[in-house]
Design a protein around this ligand. Structure first.
Ligand code: SF4
Ligand code: FES
Length: 272
């Protein structure tokens, strides 16, 4: 229903806009029935208005496919405003496409040009098995959070949180780490499919604050252990995760988590 509204909205706009705004594109999209299927690229022609978002362009393509009684392309999305972390695709070789600090849903077609061929693939990470086409199973991230990404001590009421003074730099650092949306682009960008940027963001945003410091040692050990058990690789030190993270989370979080992990093993850790 929502898709139909978007399509009709763009159909109406398309009629009233100059044809200069309309691009003829070729989409080279990865199609895969399930994780056991080998998968392959399929080419599709699509017309896109430069004002469309990338996902709206995908909606238009799916409407075309449905009209032709062909199987629509499965892709994940929810908020369409850079919050939920579900709109995951590798576009022309980069997770979330060519622009820094942008999720796929925030990417607009004006960044492409008429006649372009655009390649669209799912995250290529062993720990994220393909469910269908561009949709992967990111429940490995949920299990890392379940291993320790929470605070179980009594932190009191909201007014108690405000009564604990926290240095501005520290609060800012914790807030930056907390902006991680769990999309998995860091693992998709890393040559070793490492989840260390994600895990370190979740470890640090809690461990940097006094309320999270109490369980910090236990938390970092549990979350790193779970990350390894899920089959993610070690940090490749290439920095690709930071470059492709749509929330521009600093790779310094990984160094901080490593220091905390070593400190927790040798009993010297006092918090992040
Ligand atoms: S660290 Fe960045 S790329 Fe990785 S899951 Fe969080 S938001 Fe996505
Ligand atoms: S659809 Fe939610 S971040 Fe893109």
């Amino acid at each position: 229903m929502v898709t139909k509204k978007i399509i009709s909205c763009y159909s109406n706009q398309t009629n009233s806009l100059s044809t200069n705004n309309i691009m003829d594109l070729i989409l080279k999209v990865w199609r895969q029935k399930n994780n056991d299927d080998n998968g392959r690229f399929e080419n599709y022609k699509v017309k896109a208005d430069e004002h469309m978002s990338f996902l709206e362009m995908m909606d238009v393509l799916n409407e075309d496919l449905l009209a032709k009684k062909e199987e629509p392309i499965a892709f994940e999305h929810d908020c369409r405003e850079g919050i939920c972390g579900s709109c995951n695709m590798v576009i022309d070789g980069r997770p979330h496409g060519p622009n820094n600090g942008t999720t796929t849903c925030q990417l607009h077609m004006r960044f492409f040009k008429d006649g372009d061929t655009i390649t669209v693939e799912p995250w290529r990470v062993k720990a994220f098995p393909v469910i269908k086409d561009l949709v992967v199973d990111r429940s490995a991230f949920d299990r890392i959070i379940q291993a320790g990404g929470y605070i179980s001590v009594n932190t009191g009421q909201a007014q108690d949180a405000n009564a604990i003074p926290i240095e501005k730099d520290l609060a800012g650092q914790a807030f930056d780490a907390a902006t991680c949306i769990g999309c998995g682009a860091c693992a998709a960008a890393c040559p070793n499919a490492s989840a260390m940027l994600f895990t370190s963001s979740k470890v640090n945003h809690l461990g940097l604050l006094p309320q999270g410091e109490v369980e910090h040692s236990k938390r970092v050990q549990a979350m790193v252990t779970q990350m390894d058990e899920e089959g993610f690789g070690m940090c490749s030190n290439t920095g690709a995760c930071e470059v492709d993270c749509p929330k521009e989370i600093s790779i310094s979080n990984i160094a901080l988590m490593n220091r905390s992990y070593i400190g927790s093993v040798f009993g010297s850790d006092k918090g992040a």
